[in-house]
Design a protein. Structure first.
Length: 62
């Protein structure tokens, strides 16, 4: 969320990122429609964390 204002200012014209789309839907109080982009952001953020966690466990066990 802390990069969102910079994303809103610096984005190219007529181009929305997933975070911008979720923010605009939530701002318009269309929370049902904002849920899917928001969950997608969470899943995309969790994947590298899970991968790195498993890699760290394997490196400490060896």
């Amino acid at each position: 969320m802390k990069e969102l204002p910079a994303t809103l200012v610096l984005r190219p014209f007529n181009t929305d990122t997933l975070a911008v789309m979720a923010y605009q839907l939530a701002r318009d109080e269309r929370l049902g429609e904002a849920a899917l982009p928001s969950l997608a952001l969470v899943v995309v953020g969790l994947l590298p964390v899970m991968y790195l966690s498993r890699a760290m466990k394997k490196s400490t066990a060896a």
